[in-house]
Ligand binder design. Structure first.
Ligand code: 4AD
Ligand code: MG
Length: 432
């Protein structure tokens, strides 16, 4: 009996007979031969059915199979240098499993809204396949990287009573007879984790009621938030660039086929595996923008066009250091010699993709922090526990947050974040 395999392992079975569970993505046939375009979930490949080699029933079935019907094929694997995947199967038998109705996503082009309405099945197509392979690799690489660096995976709550990144973008929920919010960052909890376990990281869903419709904002996204005790910002920046370089290298090492499907040139990505990354100050960034005739003044936050312009000036990701206090959250540590900026940095991705990381050194002084919480208009009572961290052996500590979908969008060279997550949530989309 033929060995049952996934096509991704084809290289181990060249010239052998195998059996694979597949779906049909497209087909073409003549009187004597049928070419079946197949997908088994692990790759896309071709099945060739030659009339003179199979039973009459099998050939008739091959000719009449409908798009997305599922079936077992038995056949012999051959190398096929013309395809992206590199192998095809010479089919000897077909066993129908599930017939398909008229499939809405045909091989022609469809509009993005139509595809998003059909996301539950659009995921079967080549492009989502490639992006999800790369997303998966970046998740695996994240665990490897922080594991190697001695970090403990530390899970913050999703239901929270505080607002680390400001109160305007909170999703409010009723929590029995009180109020709660969906987490907009696990950071404050990661700080508790760092003071308990030295180096920790979280990886989880994050919620922001973003009212703006942009290609860089989801209302639900996944964030990686490392936090390190006994660590100043300088060392944190080094970890950030090592981490990003490691993510890119891991995709280069393991996602060759996915990059080909996306037509993403590995030579471009290779440039991002070299560290250190360039750094400029917020002050320099403002000057750069003004020289390029952007209407910005010192103290303004940068929008997408500004970030895009700055990142376009560099061949690598670039750090922007020390933003004005007024546009950053309360928990950051003020600069030692300037009272108008924090010790913080955003990392902008190249090719115009904008901010992928936000991070800072944290305020360590109890009184200062309490004053900052009050100045931010927040209820100090909800932050008692957070303030406690400054009462019992407060230490310098730093951390950062990487938006996974932002990083995927850049590495895959996508136009919009919505393709970087299985089921995107945006201001006008909660289905499917
Ligand atoms: O810059 P942000 O708001 O920083 C924080 O939340 C800090 N607490 C992180 C920390 O220091 N632990 O968000 C961090 C990153 C951004 O750089 C961006 O990549 C991503 O999260 N991000 C979003 N991604 C998708 N959709 C949104 N609406 C996002 N908002 C932020
Ligand atoms: Mg930010």
């Amino acid at each position: 009996m033929a060995t049952q395999i996934n096509i991704i392992d084809a290289k181990n079975y060249v010239d052998q007979e195998v059996k694979i569970g597949v779906w049909l993505t497209d087909k073409r046939s003549s009187g004597k031969i049928a070419f079946l375009q197949l997908r088994d979930g692990t790759a896309f490949f071709q099945g060739v059915v030659v009339k003179s080699n199979v039973s009459e029933d099998t050939f008739a079935m091959a000719k009449h199979l409908r798009q997305e019907s599922s079936f077992w094929i038995t056949g012999v694997i051959h190398e096929d240098s013309r395809s992206h995947f590199g192998y095809e199967i010479e089919v000897s038998d077909i066993e129908l499993v599930g017939e398909s109705e008229d499939y809405p996503i045909t091989p022609k082009d469809h509009g993005i809204e139509f595809l998003l309405d059909n996301r539950h099945i659009w995921l079967r197509s080549r492009r989502p396949y490639a992006i999800m392979q790369i997303r998966n690799e970046m998740i695996q690489a994240t665990y490897r990287f922080f594991g190697q660096e001695g970090f403990l995976k530390f899970d913050p709550p999703i239901l929270t009573g505080s607002a680390p990144e400001g109160t305007t973008e909170l999703f409010h929920i009723e929590y029995f007879d009180t109020d709660a919010y969906l987490s907009q960052s696990g950071q404050l909890y990661e700080e508790a984790g760092a003071l308990a376990f030295d180096k920790v990281f979280s990886f989880g869903p994050t919620f922001r009621a973003e009212k703006s419709k942009t290609r860089r904002h989801l209302t639900e996204f996944w964030m990686i938030e490392p936090e390190m005790a006994f660590m100043h910002q300088e060392e944190s920046l080094k970890i950030q660039e090592r981490y990003i370089a490691y993510l890119v290298q891991s995709v280069l090492d393991h996602c060759d086929y996915a990059l080909k499907l996306l037509d993403r040139d590995p030579e471009v990505l290779k440039k991002y595996t070299k560290t250190p990354y360039p750094r400029i100050s917020y002050d320099e960034a403002v000057k750069m923008l003004q020289e390029a005739d952007f209407d910005v003044k010192w103290g303004d936050d940068f929008g997408s066009p500004e970030e895009t312009y700055i990142s376009d000036q560099f061949e690598q990701p670039v750090f922007i250091l020390n933003y004005p206090k007024a546009i950053k959250p309360f928990y950051m540590k003020p600069h030692p010699t300037r009272d108008d900026v924090y010790i913080c940095a955003d990392l902008l991705a190249p090719e115009g993709y904008g901010e992928i990381i936000g991070g800072s050194e944290r305020e360590t002084d109890y009184d200062q922090l309490k004053a900052s919480i009050e100045n931010a208009g927040l209820d100090v009572n909800a932050y008692e526990w957070y303030l406690d961290l400054r009462k019992y052996g407060s230490v310098p500590h730093s951390g950062f947050g990487l938006g996974l979908e932002r990083a995927i969008t850049w590495i895959c060279h996508l136009d919009h974040l919505r393709e970087a997550i299985p089921f995107p949530r945006m201001i006008n989309r909660i289905q499917p």
